[in-house]
Design a protein around this ligand. Structure first.
Ligand SMILES: [Fe+2]
Length: 366
């Protein structure tokens, strides 16, 4: 491994729902975390952070082939919509239809959706802006769902995530490939992109004022109030900002590799007291500590890619690709990391695994 990564201690949290607001807030409880030389993160207590229970009426999951083809198609739709966009009524209608198709696909297999989107966003420079927008939309949606925010607000959030960088999609793709620092002209363009994106939507006829306001504020890091006390535009923009930063850290660019999920979690989910704040808890509850699409090393030395969330945040299902001796598995091996011999040792990057991924075979292993 790359050496144990020093992290601030992450306290275990229990999560309580406010009867009045329906929001959940993080409440610190005694720590029961294990930190060993072999782990790059203090594994959160089993009871504290668990993946959500599957819905009883969950729709039939698509086959890996159907999933890959479905995401390829919807990604192409968004790429066409977001590049060189000039929003008008027809454009907004088309965007909302594509959004509905994306949400339906994710509703059938959220793990598969996360896997494909995170891989796409991490897979290099092709369509980075589109993949990133879609990933933020899905992650933002499940976090807002965790907070039980009103459906209309969640809808505004998803639309905002998809369009927040509308005015600089092409530049975002260029920057994902760029090794040099931003030029002064690029910096100026980036600095004004939130306001420009919001203006493009308003001038294009978007009727949802909350959508437009969240786009305008999506780089506002300062919440200015407790999450459950903030106005809708503030808290939605704040959540989107955090999701934007978290997912960007998980994505590879030409200028830097992705960071492991543990580092992304440390950098984006901890409050000033070193404990996960409400959004940090939501991210870990809904995505797990090692979200589908991220790479891990297991206790037996296997290297692989996470394909499903597990029963606990730190026990995902992994498609093992490479053995401890460096040889490739003939086909991806399903590893339940709840088993001690296959426990996650630490997160790694694509550069550590060095495998050209076959998504259909990996997803089939899950
Ligand atoms: Fe942005």
């Amino acid at each position: 491994m790359q050496g144990a990564i020093s992290l601030p201690r992450i306290a275990c949290l229990s999560v309580q729902r406010s009867v009045k607001t329906g929001l959940k807030s993080a409440v610190p409880v005694p720590m029961s975390l294990a930190m060993s030389a072999d782990t790059d993160v203090e594994v959160l207590n089993d009871a504290a952070v668990a993946a959500p229970a599957p819905a009883i009426d969950k729709p039939e999951p698509p086959s890996p082939t159907e999933l890959v083809e479905g995401w390829t198609a919807v990604t192409s739709e968004f790429a066409a919509l977001l590049h060189d966009a000039a929003p008008n009524a027809a454009w907004i209608e088309t965007l909302e239809a594509a959004k509905a198709r994306m949400q339906a696909l994710a509703g059938r297999d959220f793990d598969g959706a996360l896997y494909l989107l995170l891989q796409a966003a991490s897979g290099g420079e092709d369509r980075y802006s589109t993949h990133h927008a879609m990933l933020c939309a899905l992650v933002g949606e499940v976090c807002a769902d965790w907070f039980a925010w009103p459906a209309a607000e969640v809808d505004s959030l998803v639309c905002a995530a998809l369009t927040m960088n509308l005015s600089m999609s092409a530049m975002q793709d260029t920057l994902s490939r760029q090794l040099e620092p931003l030029s002064s002209e690029q910096r100026e363009h980036v600095d004004g992109h939130a306001e420009r994106s919001a203006a493009m939507l308003a001038e294009g006829g978007a009727k949802d004022a909350l959508w437009i306001e969240v786009v305008r504020r999506h780089h506002d890091a300062d919440l200015g109030a407790a999450l459950d006390a903030a106005a809708p535009a503030q808290r939605l923009a704040h959540l989107l900002h955090r999701v934007d930063v978290y997912t960007a850290k998980l994505s590879r660019r030409t200028s830097r590799d992705a960071v492991s999920p543990a580092i992304a979690t440390r950098d984006t989910s901890l409050g000033e007291d070193g404990r996960p704040d409400a959004i940090g808890v939501a991210l870990m509850r809904k995505l797990g500590l090692y979200p589908p699409g991220s790479f891990v090393k297991l206790a037996n030395g296997d290297l692989g890619v996470v394909v499903r969330r597990g029963a606990k945040a730190h026990t995902p299902i992994v498609a093992a690709l490479r053995r401890d001796d460096g040889a490739l598995h003939m086909s991806p091996k399903r590893r339940d990391t709840a088993r001690p011999e296959h426990a996650v040792a630490h997160g790694v990057t694509a550069a550590d695994v060095k495998v050209h991924l076959n998504h259909r075979r990996n997803l089939a292993a899950g």
